[in-house]
Design a protein around this ligand. Structure first.
Ligand code: ADP
Length: 456
């Protein structure tokens, strides 16, 4: 059975009674799928052309607040509509939902019909187009980690997010026997994604109790980001359907490891045949182009942190000795560095950015990585010497901003991102980060009360 569908194939599946529902989805600022469920007859007859969504979908926080202060969406501007234009290249079956197909949509301005610049998918498409104009194709992969719980989302919420029980009780890193116990969920995820046309490689146990990782084969940047958003949606839905829960929080418990979304990246010729990062005669098999790209990632590491770590919680992950990095330095096959050189001396020579958490928005994160890398190429930057040893405990080295407050100041001040994304887009995401910070600043946490109630 074909996983990806053409419109004709969808029509046939509808007429045969196999598909009756089409999800039309856009990707929101948090990387979630937002949209509508169409009866297949209506989708085929009408919505396939376009449908509409409220502009606030690109101006909310995690809790869907109507956040004040955005230029693009506000009470004073009346919260009108965007156009959701289905991208039929993404039309696919959704095996984990009965009789259902899905299509991702581009978000267009209602009046000009041009892409909305701060829409995550548009932002990534724009950076991919810039690279294409330079004759290059970005191939990327994201490796998502998550924690799996044996209670349902409803039970966990009803218990006030206390007493969560992990499905595996201790370190299950590469452990087959322990992860056998998670197969009811993980096998359904792998097979579901395969049936949706997502090239799933594997799942594996991870180092913290209850933690797992899912790998999807590398692909063109836009496809990889689309896959990432769909994978998260699938994982949560499949876990829910089995009475379990999955979280992609960057750090759900300070005693546990964090969950990351490592980003592998390499540049190729437009026909996908020549690995532009490879130079067989050079050190590590790295071409000059790759050295410049990597130098860009390092020079602009501060500028792009907000897109790798968008929430207050994201920054709790950056702890020494946890496999999450604390420094933006590069190093050959070294998991203590923020940027790890992989595929040394092969056609697959690439850089793995280890900074981002599983809570990042894939379209924004990939767009920011490409913008920084491209700046490195344009500026013909020299790559600093490789770091070697334990980056956590070594003296010196470029620290990753350790708070959202610090990262949002770097984003606001980024000349590189303002040039690559435009001022309005940067201002939009600075506002999102500033709102997140303000919301946190006025909250009293459990930790503060437990610590100070009696003792203060
Ligand atoms: P592991 O080290 O876990 O065995 P791999 O070395 O196969 O995994 O690759 C890790 C990730 O890097 C995978 O998600 C894979 O799809 C991706 N990857 C492999 N080659 C490239 C490449 N040339 N460019 C970008 N990503 C790649």
């Amino acid at each position: 059975m074909q996983a990806m569908l053409t419109l004709d194939a969808l029509k046939q599946e509808f007429e045969a009674g196999h598909i009756d529902t089409v999800l039309a989805c856009q990707v929101d600022m948090q990387g979630r799928l937002m949209g509508k469920r169409f009866h297949a007859a209506d989708f085929i007859g009408h919505a396939v052309q376009e449908t509409h969504s409220c502009v606030y979908l690109l101006a909310t926080d995690l809790e869907m607040h109507t956040v004040e202060g955005y230029e693009s969406a506000s009470w004073s501007r009346g919260y009108g509509d965007y156009i959701m234009k289905p991208d039929l290249a993404t039309l696919r079956r959704v095996p984990w939902l009965e009789g259902t197909a899905m299509v991702l949509c581009d978000v267009l301005d209602h009046h000009t019909r041009k892409p909305v610049a701060h829409a995550p998918r548009a932002l990534l498409q724009q950076q991919v187009a810039r690279l294409a104009a330079m004759g290059m194709l970005p191939m990327m992969a994201t490796e998502l980690e998550y924690f799996l719980f044996e209670q349902s989302y409803r039970e966990i919420q009803a218990a006030g997010f206390r007493g969560m029980r992990l499905l595996t009780p201790y370190n299950a890193d590469y452990n087959i026997n322990l992860t056998n116990r998670e197969e009811a969920v993980n096998r359904a995820i792998r097979n579901g994604l395969y049936g949706a046309g997502i090239p799933v490689e594997c799942t594996k146990g991870e180092a913290s109790a209850g933690q797992g990782e899912i790998n999807i084969r590398y692909d063109h940047a836009l496809r990889t980001a689309d896959h990432h958003a769909i994978v998260k949606d699938a994982c949560k839905t499949i876990a829910w359907s089995r009475g379990c829960a999955i979280t992609f929080m960057a750090k759900w418990d300070d005693a546990a490891a964090g969950s990351s979304a490592h980003i592998h990246q390499s540049l190729w010729s437009l026909d996908g045949q020549t690995a532009l990062f490879q130079d067989e005669k050079a050190e590590y098999g790295m071409s000059t182009l790759m050295r410049q790209y990597l130098a860009g990632l390092l020079k602009y590491a501060d500028d792009i942190t907000c897109f790798l770590a968008p929430y207050i919680n994201s920054y709790k992950r950056f702890q020494a000795g946890t496999f999450a990095p604390t420094k933006a330095v590069w190093s050959p096959d070294n998991r203590t560095a923020g940027y790890r050189l992989c595929g040394i001396d092969t056609k697959g020579v690439r850089v793995e950015c280890r900074v981002g958490g599983a809570d990042l928005n894939p379209h924004l994160a990939l767009a920011a990585q490409l913008a920084a890398g491209m700046a490195g190429i344009e500026e013909k930057l020299e790559l600093e010497a490789a770091f070697s040893g334990d980056a956590y405990h070594a003296e010196g080295g470029r620290e990753i901003p350790k708070t959202l407050r610090a990262a949002l100041q770097k984003l606001d001040a980024s000349v590189m991102l303002r040039k690559a994304f435009g001022d309005k887009v940067v201002d939009h995401y600075v506002h999102a980060a500033a709102w997140e910070q303000t919301e946190y600043d006025r909250r009293v946490t459990d930790w503060e009360v437990q610590r100070g109630f009696d003792r203060a």
